[in-house]
Design a protein around this ligand. Structure first.
Ligand SMILES: Cc1ncc(COP(=O)(O)O)c(C=O)c1O
Length: 374
């Protein structure tokens, strides 16, 4: 609630003012109050960056125009010839950024199952400079042991970055597990109200912060003061929302798991989930993201189901107060070739739910009547 935020010194305003300004008056050349130009820094964004850092227990926070812009900024510290080891199940846009943008600049990406240490070790080499972990993964909800991966590269010149979008700092704090950088699509739970697009990086290393901040200013994918204010406001209820998302997650998983038309449910809170024990160790709750398959695992039933829901809205994105449903194969993960996505389980029958904070009985009723139609 109070992370990084202080009342305005000039007026006492309890909420951080929206400094809608591009530049700042200088009394004499170079004589200013710490702000020169809003691409470099703006007081509202500054307050947000401090709040973001504090949430993840980090020394530094940097906010960007989107989650992908945050990733773009981080990857730009690499050079041609450098290699990245990434989880093989990840957000489609992250995969597209790696394979269609940065691969063209001579950076090599390996996509492996990070739950399999042999697979990881087999691609690790002296050119490896970054390990990209998404945990839980989008959309298969796979769990990677952050501490184990971080320990396996410690002492080498390899950064470990965790995309913590699904868990949020309320449920998981990767820096405490040994990761070097945490990334979020703040568009999701940190904002929490489906009204902004934003990304961020949090970290402790002074030299890396300096590099990232120079890139942030040089490349310019910054966030504006209004969006900064909205995320500062969203963060104030993050703890309450994540408790409710997780409670709704458990109730909906219990319902779906015992439904005769449901073939498989993916959620790390399930004891049968292969990553459940690791999730129990590194997370304090399992969240409100669920993927599942209707028996038969086909696109017709998946389409019929998602189009029959009334409270759940069919839309891209996740992490807002309202429940959303998505069809990863044709929506969030359409940029991953069919054979690549199917290998990790993103089949045409897979359905992804982002549970909001509505009354869970209403959500279950909605799911129940849509399941009747398939
Ligand atoms: C896990 C994950 N990482 C990164 C992103 C990209 O974030 P943005 O859409 O804010 O660019 C998304 C977007 O859906 C996501 O789900």
């Amino acid at each position: 609630m109070h992370a990084g935020v202080e009342p305005c010194e000039a007026t006492g305003a309890i909420m951080t003012p929206i400094y809608q300004t591009s530049t700042y008056v200088q009394d004499g050349v170079g004589n200013h109050k710490g702000y020169e130009y809003s691409r470099t820094l703006n007081p509202t964004r500054h307050a947000l960056e401090k709040a973001l850092a504090e949430l993840e227990g980090a020394k530094y926070g940097l906010a960007f125009a989107s989650g992908l812009a945050a990733m773009d900024n981080l990857i730009k510290i690499l050079k041609p010839g450098d290699e990245v080891i990434s989880t093989d199940d990840l957000y489609g846009g992250s995969y597209r950024l790696f394979t269609t943008v940065f691969a063209n600049y001579g950076i090599k990406f390996h996509f492996v199952d990070l739950t399999d240490s042999d697979a990881f070790i087999s691609v690790l080499n002296e050119n490896t400079k970054l390990v990209w972990i998404e945990t839980p993964t989008n959309p298969m909800m796979k769990i990677t042991d952050i501490k184990a991966v971080s320990e396996s590269v410690s002492g080498n010149d390899v950064l470990v970055c965790v995309d913590n979008t699904f868990a949020t700092p309320m449920l998981q704090q990767p820096l405490n597990e040994g990761a070097d950088v945490v990334m979020h699509s703040a568009t999701k739970y940190l904002g929490g109200h489906s009204d902004i697009v934003m990304g961020c990086l949090m970290l402790n290393n002074d030299a890396l912060d300096e590099k990232l901040r120079t890139l942030q200013n040089s490349c310019g994918a910054i966030v504006g003061p209004m969006d900064s204010f909205l995320v500062l406001r969203g963060i104030k209820t993050l703890h309450l929302r994540m408790i409710r998302h997780s409670e709704n997650g458990k109730a909906v998983v219990d319902y779906l798991s015992s439904h005769p038309k449901v073939e498989k449910v993916y959620w790390p809170g399930l004891e049968s989930h292969p990553g459940h024990e690791i999730a129990k160790n590194q997370m304090t709750g399992f969240g409100g993201m669920i993927s599942f398959i209707i028996k038969g695992n086909n696109i017709e039933n998946a389409y019929k189901f998602v189009e029959s829901l009334e409270i759940f809205t069919l839309a891209e994105s996740l992490g807002g107060v309202e429940s959303l449903v998505g069809h990863p194969a044709t929506m969030t993960h359409a940029s991953i070739p069919k054979e690549v996505r199917e290998k990790v389980g993103v089949t045409d029958g897979l359905i992804r739910l982002s549970l909001g904070v509505e009354d869970v009985e209403d959500l279950i009723e909605d799911l129940s009547s849509a399941l009747e139609k398939v």
